[in-house]
Design a protein around this ligand. Structure first.
Ligand code: TYD
Length: 199
């Protein structure tokens, strides 16, 4: 059964760790799973990622590069995989643009909605790893090399988190909200039960 699943959360929520585990759980259920990420996911997308994470730029450029990477990703990777019956899990997708560029940077929600129309597809299911910003910041403090977003202030991340909450409110049936402040084992238990309903 083809399905498009995305993982979202503020930096430091722990989503990437859980993503690998979740993908294996789905494989264990016999699904053919493609794991990918944004920005990135294609050769060109990875080059755009390098730029957008490290070079200073204005808010509009940042948003358009995120969407450029996304449109390439949908055309080259996501849509073909779904059409061939695979399950696709992406580490971030359009919700991240609403949260970071909309919530964090203050870009108009309506403008982002227009870009979303252009992308054309929405995930069937989004796992949102929600965590208080102090906890996320503490986890990030172990990282040596921080990118342009990770270097932002706590206030920025509060706005990003609020952006995610707004997305959840706008389309609640698509989301599973996971309390990422829990222990890894607790989160895994929750993920196992979600995986059990897929396929
Ligand atoms: P992230 O997914 O956290 O990767 P890593 O785990 O390697 O740090 O990093 C991607 C960063 O890009 C993250 O800070 C959020 C940001 N981002 C946006 O601002 N807008 C977007 O649309 C996407 C996809 C990501």
């Amino acid at each position: 059964m083809s399905r498009f699943i995305t993982f979202e959360g503020v930096d430091g929520a722990g989503k990437s760790t859980h993503l690998a585990w979740f993908a294996d759980a789905l494989r264990g259920r016999g699904l053919d799973v493609v794991v990918t990420r944004e920005p990135g996911g294609t050769r060109l997308g990875e080059q755009l990622r390098e730029m957008v994470l490290n070079q200073p730029m204005g808010m509009g450029t940042e948003a358009l590069l995120m969407f450029a990477s996304r449109i390439e990703h949908v055309e080259q990777v996501i849509r073909p995989a779904l059409l061939s019956g695979k399950c696709v899990i992406s580490d971030r997708f359009t919700d991240a643009s609403f949260a970071y560029q909309g919530g964090g940077r203050g870009m108009e929600w309506e403008r982002l909605r227009e870009l979303e129309q252009w992308v054309g597809i929405r995930p069937d299911l989004t796992l949102f790893f929600d965590v208080p910003i102090e906890v996320a910041r503490m986890r990030l403090s172990n990282n040596v090399a921080l990118d342009r977003f990770e270097k932002e202030e706590g206030e920025f991340f509060e706005r990003v988190r609020a952006g995610y909450h707004r997305r959840v409110t706008e389309d609640p049936s698509r989301f599973e909200v996971i309390d990422a402040a829990q222990s890894l084992d607790e989160v895994k238990r929750q993920l196992a039960s979600i995986a059990g309903n897929i396929g």
